[in-house]
Design a protein around this ligand. Structure first.
Ligand code: ZN
Length: 514
């Protein structure tokens, strides 16, 4: 790279970092809004966030930035610089293709539609939300028109690109078809089993302060660095903050369901480890940014499920309980708690679903939103299509819209193309964890001793430190030597649930590649 190019590359990085400063300031204000802010501050906070968003958008779409991106030569840079240039160009092209008027109309509709959705959900009355959904679907179709690229197969792809770059509806359909067959078979096996799992452990009343001490200790044991992060409470747990040295995770507590607080915290701490694992030297650039929502979700699910719902984890965790809860769990053995944390059952509500049925909830949303965006399903027919799909996929009857198509906030705020990233997270998690077990040896024995450091360090190196160097699909191939498939997840679920439910083995317990 010539001295001139090197200087221009330096200018590019400095401009990207300025945008990141604005965006990360917004993230901090959003965190504050969900955790600390007094209710009366809501209007002023909305103004603060709106101004910051428009300043960031202005800078991210500035002509000088576009000129710089165009003038820099490709393939004359090192791999990190190439990745930064490629991703900065991609993001610039997407931002500038969206009409400013459309962006502000989506933002405004989203805030009003969310209110309408909340009221409709409370009253379990889809009709109140329907006009807003109609408007939002039209806006999303316009957005997809602006963002559609030649290598995409349908309008939905253009929306999903924002969350999972490079993932197409067709790839997802190919992944989901065998996954659905295998999950339904597993669910049938569980339903047909004479052995069922008790849920009494989730009915023990425990002081919130003790639960908080416990989940804080577990996060620390996982390697979450409280010198570079915080754990607070919010109604809906999330991971936010501003950068690798200031990561804010939140959790929630209920008086009696300790497993919910534990699972939520391990999930968010998994997200937090990813953010803390991004490299300081790449701060504010694509190389210092998480690659996709699917990969982000793989980090949270891996800690929540592969670790937090494992037998070895419970052998260790069970021994820690008296420190926090005295005698409260004295009637339960480690295997009791392990079983309770793995109870599987078809249900109506996605966020309460267990590890295996969860993915069927996602497939339903994927089918329906594809049909909405393609214009094959009219918003007024959503409730009946939803209820039919729940019968077909999960064999459950939906009694009302509150427990049906009004349960999720996503579509009201224009998040179309987002849902599949949850299942992608589960698939990537299973595949990464398989690989970690092969490379690190006996992980369960480490977990049994409360030792999670080797897994955390492995994820730091293989996933977190890579930033956006690879696409999500390429990262999966780099780390595991294989393209993403659904077999890893099925193997993992069967290996665990067959013995717990006394199901005769299907014999899928072979290592990958066999
Ligand atoms: Zn998550």
């Amino acid at each position: 790279m010539s001295a001139h190019d090197s200087e221009r590359y330096g200018e590019l990085i400095s401009k990207l970092r300025d945008v990141h400063l604005l965006e990360s300031t917004s993230e901090l204000l959003s965190w504050d809004q969900e955790t600390m802010m007094p209710p009366a501050a809501v209007d002023h906070r909305a103004n603060q966030l709106a101004l910051l968003a428009s300043l960031a958008h202005e800078r991210a779409t500035a002509k000088e930035l576009g000129d710089l991106l165009e003038s820099l030569p490709e393939n004359m840079l090192d791999a990190c610089q190439d990745a930064n240039l490629r991703e900065a160009r991609r993001s610039f092209a997407r931002s500038t293709r969206l009409d400013a008027k459309l962006v502000s109309e989506i933002a405004e509709t989203s805030s009003r539609a969310q209110h309408a959705w909340a009221a409709a959900r409370q009253d379990s009355d889809f009709a109140q939300f329907q006009p807003w959904l109609e408007k939002m679907v039209k806006l999303m179709q316009l957005k997809a028109d602006c963002l559609y690229e030649d290598d995409m197969g349908c309008a939905w792809d253009a929306l999903a690109e924002e969350f999972e770059p490079g993932m197409r509806a067709q790839n997802l359909a190919n992944l989901f078809a065998p996954l659905r067959t295998d999950l339904c078979k597993l669910l049938d096996d569980i339903r047909g089993s004479s052995r069922q799992i008790e849920s009494t452990v989730t009915k023990i009343k425990l002081p919130i302060s003790s639960q908080e001490n416990m989940v804080r200790a577990i996060s620390e044991q996982m390697g979450f660095d409280f010198n570079r992060g915080r754990l607070d409470r919010s109604a809906h747990p999330f991971c936010g903050g501003s950068h690798y040295a200031d990561v804010r995770i939140t959790t929630r507590f209920s008086g009696d369901n300790f497993l919910d607080a534990l699972g939520s915290t391990m999930h968010e701490a998994g997200h937090g480890l990813y953010e803390q694992g991004l490299l300081a030297e790449h701060l504010g650039t694509p190389m210092g940014t998480a690659v996709s929502l699917g990969i982000h979700e793989s980090q949270s699910r891996l800690w929540e499920n592969q670790v937090g719902r494992s037998e070895a984890f419970w052998l260790w965790c069970h021994a820690q309980l008296p420190k926090f809860f005295g005698e409260a769990f004295s009637d339960f053995t480690a295997p009791d708690l392990y079983a309770a944390s793995n109870r599987a059952e078809a249900s109506l509500i996605r966020v309460e679903a267990d590890e295996s049925t969860y993915n069927l909830h996602i497939m339903i949303r994927f089918d329906l939103e594809m049909a909405l965006i393609a214009g094959d399903l009219s918003p007024e027919d959503l409730p009946s299509a939803w209820n039919e799909a729940y019968c077909e996929y999960l064999d459950v009857e939906v009694p009302d819209d509150r427990q049906g198509c009004l349960q999720d906030v996503h579509w009201s705020c224009g998040l179309f193309g987002y849902f599949p990233t949850y299942t992608l997270g589960n698939l990537y998690a299973a595949q990464f964890y398989d690989q970690a077990c092969q490379e690190l040896g006996d992980l369960p024995t480490s977990f049994q001793n409360g030792e999670f450091h080797s897994l955390k360090t492995w994820l730091n190196e293989k996933v977190h430190a890579q930033g956006m160097r690879y696409s999500a699909g390429d990262l999966c191939r780099e780390v595991t030597g294989r393209s993403l498939d659904s077999q890893g997840l099925i193997r993992y679920l069967r290996r665990k649930l067959e013995p717990l439910y006394g199901i005769p083995s299907l014999g899928v317990d072979s290592s990958p590649g066999d």
